[in-house]
Design a protein around this ligand. Structure first.
Ligand code: HXC
Length: 256
């Protein structure tokens, strides 16, 4: 299967998607988000895939939603067509998704990265929500997600001024899990994705749900949910295998 805006491959148990609109710094148009959802649908169904990696080019993860596509849009068309409605499906996925970000991750590009479960950044990465400079605002959850990550003061300063942050600041602020040299980005992100894919699928997907609960509700509800998930994990063969292997001092063999 070939795509107009994406390169798609499988590296072991990792589904790898490369955003591929080099002439537009990977600006995200409707076609790209539809193709991305189609690919993610396939990865979710494919039992040979345990984790997903989304990346861009060395110059840009994605420099935003496609301004040339958006420029002529008007309300109520955006509302009636629920413009951006399909973006959030990326955040609803059950398998873990890592964003490997080099270069610009701006506007909708940053929002896409923030929908992933965590970001590994190259040292040349830049993150920002510059929409205010275009007379608009972010719309794909970036304000909500950034504010939860970095707190009100930094988020407010960034969205009101439109300034971006470099990789070091993003790491200090808790936006990215880790910064690596540009030349090592793909290898390190793939290694991380492979390591996750090698764990118990059940445990990994339960953990993703548990972490996501933090943002969805109260602490008490989150604690209850996490405890329930912990209790449920004892119904899986992976629990027997994982703990049994530890006791027997051997590597675990998780089922697929
Ligand atoms: C459409 C874009 C684009 C974008 C870059 N391009 N960003 N096209 N939408 N978001 C195109 C340029 O028009 C140009 O095409 C080509 O990519 C290369 O870009 P340059 O500007 O020439 O590159 P450079 O000088 O290196 O500058 C890089 C840059 C700049 C600083 C990232 O491109 C830039 O400021 N881009 C816009 C960033 C932005 O405002 N993002 C937020 C978009 S709004 P041509 O044809 O001229 O060669 C948004 C709303 C989200 O994301 C709402 C919810 C999803």
């Amino acid at each position: 299967m070939t795509y107009e805006t994406l390169l798609v491959e499988q590296a072991g148990a990792v589904g790898l998607v490369t955003l591929n609109r080099p002439d537009a710094l990977n600006a995200i148009n409707t076609r790209l988000i539809d193709e991305l959802n189609q690919v993610l649908d396939g990865f979710e169904r494919d039992a040979s895939i345990g984790s997903i990696l989304i990346t861009g080019s060395r110059k840009a993860f994605a420099a935003g939603a496609d301004v040339k596509e958006m420029a002529p849009l008007c309300f109520p068309g955006t509302y009636l067509d629920d413009f951006l409605g399909r973006w959030d499906r990326v955040a609803q996925r059950r398998k873990p998704i890592i964003a490997a970000v080099a270069g610009h991750a701006l506007g909708g590009g940053f929002e896409l990265a923030l929908m992933c479960d965590f970001i590994i950044a190259a040292d040349n990465a830049r993150f920002g929500l510059p929409e205010v400079k275009l007379g608009v605002i972010p719309g794909a959850g970036g304000v909500q997600r950034l504010t939860r990550l970095v707190g009100r003061a930094k988020a407010m300063e960034m969205v009101l001024s439109g300034r971006s942050m470099d990789a070091a600041e993003a790491e200090r602020a808790g936006v990215v899990a880790r910064v690596v040299p540009l030349a090592e980005l793909l290898d390190q992100a793939l290694a991380s994705a492979q390591a996750i894919a090698a764990q118990s699928r059940t445990a990994v997907m339960m953990l993703k749900e548990c972490v996501n609960r933090v943002d969805e509700g109260s602490m008490a509800e989150g604690l209850r949910f996490e405890r329930r998930m912990f209790q449920a994990v004892f119904a899986t063969p992976d629990q027997k295998e994982g703990m049994g292997a530890f006791v027997e001092k051997r590597p675990p063999q998780f089922g697929r």
